[in-house]
Design a protein around this ligand. Structure first.
Ligand code: ZN
Length: 176
């Protein structure tokens, strides 16, 4: 059933369990490995104007990622589709053209949007776990308003600069 509101707490719990199960303590998070451990096949191919997709046929599940997009973008796509896999049953085929990663501006009330918001939240939370960021920013004395420092952080987490900026804003809040 389609959730009416994004289930952030439930998603946080699923991610904590995944990180624990895979003994992941530092970035970058091995998203490929986590997906394959669930028996899901990953296929990287030229999907033209589609970023990613998930296809379910009985017990067999395939996640397709557009191989022509930048590596970090592909990681986000994988994480997003993995979110659909874990959270949204019942759709045999799901395509994603492009994601709106800015969660705060996409809080719409329609079911499909809720699923997209959840998949984006899952994707950004698993690639940039809150506890990793809080630790890294504190330990390394990172100024999250320093563009070079944020670029380094994005590189370490293997995510796009845009994805990192949005995540930092969500975790640490707007600078005053
Ligand atoms: Zn999606």
């Amino acid at each position: 059933m389609t959730p009416l509101r994004p289930r952030y707490a439930r998603i946080d719990k699923i991610i904590d369990e995944l990180l624990t199960d895979h003994a992941v303590k530092d970035a970058p998070v091995p998203i490929d490995k986590m997906i394959k451990a669930k028996g899901v096949t990953i296929r990287k191919i030229d999907l033209k104007d589609i970023s990613g997709m998930i296809v379910r046929d009985g017990d067999s599940v395939l996640i397709g990622v557009n191989s022509t997009q930048a590596e970090n973008r592909q990681r986000f796509t994988l994480a997003h589709e993995f979110g659909h896999f874990l959270l949204h049953e019942g759709q045999p085929v799901h395509y994603d053209k492009s994601f709106r990663m800015d969660l705060r501006s996409s809080l719409s009330s329609t079911g499909t949007d809720t699923e997209e918001v959840e998949a984006n939240y899952f994707g950004s939370s698993i690639l940039m776990p809150r506890k990793f960021l809080e630790r890294d920013v504190a330990d390394r004395f990172i100024d999250i308003e320093d563009a070079d420092a944020v670029a380094d952080l994005a590189k370490r987490y293997k995510v796009s600069l845009q994805a990192m900026n949005i995540r930092l804003l969500n975790v640490f809040g707007q600078a005053s």
